[in-house]
Design a protein around this ligand. Structure first.
Ligand SMILES: CC(C)(COP(=O)(O)OP(=O)(O)OC[C@H]1O[C@@H](n2cnc3c(N)ncnc32)[C@H](O)[C@@H]1OP(=O)(O)O)[C@@H](O)C(=O)NCCC(=O)NCCSC(=O)/C(=C/c1ccccc1)CC(=O)O
Length: 256
């Protein structure tokens, strides 16, 4: 199967599973991935997702360039449709951890950029290589890379199409952690469970405030964040969080 999906302890695990083709995205995988993101979005039991690739060579090398069919519909109808199917950026307030187990290239790099946490194995390589194949990092790469890392490094990656290794990616802040390949999923799971143990509405609000606030002047961002705090103030979970603290016990979240 092109993409696998499992769920455990409030965490969705999504695995791109075409290792022989470096987990590149063929049309079936794109459809499947869109269905999975919709399922994650609609399942209140899921609080956080981990996105990774099968094997130890590659997370994802973007579009499957050998299986890209001629366009099935005109660009206008695609462009004017709501949302992007494979990159849930800005539409998904549940956090996504990208566990990059090798190449994150082209559309694969862009999917990683749409995630909230990026962790990688020491053999990972990162590149927006679309210029090498007469295309464009048009999912989000031209916009998100210069926002994710220093502009000079982002422009070098965008214009040369050259890759950087995990050490350099860590140095410039493209990823938060580098571990040995065998340790990557353990770390992803540990982070996911830590996030899933927090109050689900607070986690979503924190992501919404941070992501949307980035595009606002600071004063507006702070006002928006205060509003979100007010939205959370009267939830059952906030009362439960404070009571559990006072009673020295673990809280039980209801998500309301
Ligand atoms: C990543 C590599 C440098 C690895 O090289 P290596 O020598 O280690 O391995 P290979 O022998 O090259 O690969 C093994 C096997 O996998 C096949 N493979 C790898 N990547 C792809 C791919 N993207 N499509 C199809 N097949 C792929 C490879 O052919 C081998 O098969 P075999 O010969 O064994 O049958 C190297 O693999 C590499 O450079 N890959 C290509 C990376 C790349 O250029 N990616 C960008 C693709 S374009 C894109 O992602 C776009 C995204 C997008 C943007 C905007 C809107 C929508 C989408 C642009 C677009 O679609 O236009």
């Amino acid at each position: 199967m092109g993409v696998e999906f499992t769920k455990e302890d409030h965490v969705a695990y999504i695995t791109l599973n075409r290792p022989d083709a470096m987990n590149s995205l063929d049309p079936e995988s794109v459809t499947k991935l869109a269905e999975i993101w919709a399922a994650v979005q609609n399942d209140d039991d899921i609080r956080v997702s981990v996105l990774t690739g099968a094997g130890e060579k590659s997370f994802c090398t973007g579009t499957d360039m050998k299986k890209t069919p001629p366009p099935a519909e005109c660009m206008a109808s695609i462009w004017l449709r709501e949302g992007q199917p494979i990159v849930p950026h800005m539409k998904m307030w549940k956090p996504i951890i990208c566990a990059i187990n090798g190449y994150a290239v082209g559309g694969g790099m862009e999917m990683a950029l749409a995630c909230d946490l990026r962790i990688a194995s020491s053999n990972a390589k990162f590149g927006l290589t679309e210029v090498k194949v007469a295309s464009l990092a048009g999912l989000n790469g031209t916009q998100c890379m210069p926002r994710a890392i220093p502009q000079a490094v982002a422009m070098k990656m965008l214009l040369t199409g050259e890759m950087i290794d995990a050490k350099e990616a860590h140095r410039v802040g493209l990823i938060s952690d580098v571990v040995e390949p065998g340790e990557l999923m353990d770390l992803a799971k540990k982070l996911a469970l830590r996030i899933a143990s927090n109050a689900p509405l607070s986690v979503k609000a924190a992501k919404q405030a941070a992501v949307m606030g980035l595009e606002m002047p600071l004063e507006h961002g702070i006002a928006f964040s205060h509003l979100l705090w007010g939205v959370l103030r009267d939830t059952e979970d906030r009362k439960e969080g404070f009571t559990a603290f006072a009673e020295k016990r673990a809280p039980e979240w209801k998500g309301r």
